[in-house]
Write a protein that binds this ligand. Structure first.
Ligand code: ADE
Length: 227
């Protein structure tokens, strides 16, 4: 079973994605355990602060090393981790192959970044990997951690009830997924492509594949080079 520890100073921000739908089911099927840890519990100061002013001045608070070190050290007494991931816009950009790779790991820590960032010594000594979910800045790493965990957990065998559906996702083969339709076959005169109603499976597969190629070429031409 995979185990993910998520360290955050705003636990409420990240609880709900794991309390519903596929991520909830993955936990109740015992395919993954997700443990959300309040970093403030590891703070040593009277007010349980986890951030402080930056040495040298400048705007923005910096996450302190001590609570993070206390927390990670405590977690490491319970299991050994494949990766200690820090969510940051400066990290390696998340993509499907990274999600595939992470879905094979056993124990992961996700440390949610905040404020102006984290004391650099955390990155130097405690973190094994930094991941960004895209070239934009979020107000905190919680949403990024939820995105990473979601992309990873849904790939664990047994999480999706239809085993093939993760394999036919967009990007799994560097192709954008083909269009899908459901009933009614005609709505306000807008038709579903005839081939999908034909019942001819080989033609349907061929149509889907050509739609994927065409869409990828049009929307994400850089992916076709990889495909
Ligand atoms: N924290 C703030 N922005 C982020 C991003 N784009 N990816 C990961 N963590 C972040």
């Amino acid at each position: 079973m995979m185990h993910i520890d998520i360290i955050t100073c705003l636990p409420r921000l990240i609880e709900s994605p794991f309390s519903d739908s596929i991520l909830k089911r993955a936990q109740s099927k015992s395919l993954v355990t997700v443990n959300i840890i309040d970093l403030r519990q590891y703070a040593t100061s009277k007010h349980r602060t986890t951030d402080d002013y930056a040495f040298g001045g400048g705007a923005g608070m910096v996450m302190m090393i001590e609570p993070i070190d206390n927390c990670i050290s405590h977690l490491k007494t319970q299991r050994s981790y494949d990766d200690v991931i820090y969510t940051s816009p400066d990290g390696e950009r998340l993509n499907q192959s990274m999600a595939n790779e992470l879905s094979l790991k056993k124990n992961l820590i996700l440390l949610c970044g905040h404020y102006k960032g984290v004391d650099e010594r955390v990155r130097e000594h405690l973190i094994t990997r930094e991941i960004s979910i895209g070239d934009y800045v979020l107000s905190g790493g919680e949403l990024a951690a939820a995105v990473i965990a979601d992309a990873v957990i849904r790939l664990i065998p047994g999480v999706l009830s239809d085993e093939t559906s993760a394999l036919t996702d967009s990007f799994q083969d560097n192709l954008i997924a083909p269009p899908v339709y459901t009933r009614p076959a005609e709505y306000k005169g807008w038709q579903v492509p005839e081939v999908l109603l034909s019942g001819h499976q080989a033609n349907i597969e061929e149509w889907r594949h050509s739609q994927s190629l065409e869409r990828t070429q049009k929307r994400r031409p850089e992916l076709t080079k990889k495909a």
